[in-house]
Design a protein around this ligand. Structure first.
Ligand SMILES: *Cc1c(COP(=O)(O)O)cnc(C)c1O
Length: 394
């Protein structure tokens, strides 16, 4: 049987590894040696589970969406990550990593953020644990994402503008790496998706795997069946999708569908559909699939949803794609906004535009009737109201 998880060398098939500057090696190596041991400790598990329950509000419901189900002729279940504290799945990961940082004796937390969602989730857990927090963010993104910058500041974080290059996410990543190299003793770097050098993709996948751990149990309670026919999730870096897939990956009866951001169209030049347009290469410390020019320059991605606006995917996704275990598709900006409006008017739930990409793919699926479909509703739409207002003239 194919192994879809990380091997002892830090690889998923051809993908993964740790492609890092030599000066980062001690930090990443410390983490690699410690993470499995710490995570398995009874004290770690107790604290992690207690915070997920009482702080995040888990388990998140698995909701059978009746009117959506009628529209598609299948049982559509929504895994309600939008109901978590701070409004998305990202907090599952930052809770896990902050506890790991504490167990490693780190006193200072750094992160990088594009849209600000991961920055807010990180600043939140730093406030919770009383740890210093520095968030790197491109100068351009700071201007575009003022409400999230204000949230981070209110939570006590220092937001440092990255002023080089295009002044966006990749420049913020470079700054965060530089900080980590300069402060190897006391600083922990929280990465926000299943990307980066090994062991980050495996670690983040584990913290997010609570999504499918719960969903599997909830589905069995509600339907009497362990396995859904399909699970769907949107993919930026891929953390909510891996979390939603995790406990179904080795169950080959379950079809895994990952929905990327097609932007203005896969061939428009304004897209973030990585598997459609990308090639194998190294991005942010691991070998994966990324959108690049013939001479290997990273192509600037586009998506209406900030959380999916990323030029690559995590290495485990690259492996699921290449082996054919997962089906990777894309949805355009306009299709996702329509799906967001549809969910709102059929179920009274305003989704994040990221999550609306996963919902939009239901329009393309054909059901015999009675199939069980689980869609990860990764986040709520409050942060996207301006975009919805503009698009629908609200
Ligand atoms: C950040 C974000 C995403 C994309 O990140 P993944 O790591 O691919 O999950 C998706 N949905 C929401 C609501 C987000 O905030």
């Amino acid at each position: 049987m194919t192994n879809y998880f990380v091997n002892d060398k830090g690889y998923y098939g051809d993908f993964g590894g740790a492609y890092i500057p030599e000066m980062l090696y001690p930090n990443v190596e410390e983490l690699r040696q410690q993470y499995l041991k710490v995570i398995k400790e009874e004290s770690f598990q107790q604290e992690f589970r207690a915070l997920l329950k009482d702080y995040v509000g888990r388990p998140s419901p698995l909701y059978l969406a009746k009117r959506l189900s009628e529209r598609y002729g299948a049982n559509i279940f929504l895994k309600r990550e939008d109901l978590n504290h701070t409004g998305a799945h990202k907090i599952n990961n930052t809770i896990g990593q902050i506890l790991l940082a504490e167990h490693l004796g780190k006193k200072r937390i750094i992160a990088e953020t594009g849209a600000g969602q991961h920055g807010v989730a990180t600043a939140t857990v730093c406030a919770l644990r009383g740890l210093e927090c520095v968030v790197y963010m491109g100068e351009v993104d700071i201007k575009r994402q003022a409400p999230n910058v204000a949230r981070m500041k209110m939570l006590g974080a220092t937001v440092v503008p990255a002023t080089s290059g295009s002044k966006t996410l990749k420049d913020a990543t470079n700054e965060a790496m530089r900080d980590w190299i300069n402060n190897p003793e006391d600083t922990y770097y929280i990465i926000g998706s299943v990307v980066g050098p090994h062991p980050y993709p495996d670690m983040v996948a584990y913290f997010q795997s609570v999504i499918s751990e719960e969903a599997k149990k909830q589905l069995a309670e509600q339907t009497g069946k362990q396995s859904p026919d399909y699970v769907l999730a949107c993919v930026g870096g891929g953390s909510n999708a891996i979390g939603m897939f995790y406990h179904f990956i080795d169950d080959e009866q379950v079809q895994l569908i990952a929905v990327e951001a097609g932007g203005k169209g896969v061939d428009s030049g304004f897209t973030a559909a990585t598997t459609a347009k990308g090639k194998e290469g190294v991005l942010h410390g691991s070998r994966s699939i990324l959108m690049q020019t013939a001479d290997g320059q990273v192509v600037e991605p586009h998506s209406v949803s900030a959380g999916l606006d990323y030029p690559g995917i995590g290495p485990q996704h690259a492996h699921l794609f290449k082996t054919g275990r997962g089906k990777y598709v894309s949805i355009t900006d306009d299709e996702s906004l329509d799906a967001g409006l549809r969910l709102t008017q059929l179920e009274g739930i305003i989704p994040a535009i990221e999550s609306a990409h996963a919902l939009a793919y239901l329009e393309y699926m054909e059901f015999k009737g009675g199939e069980n479909v689980v869609v990860c509703l990764s986040g709520r739409g409050d942060k996207d109201m301006e975009t919805y207002m503009k698009h629908f003239n609200l």
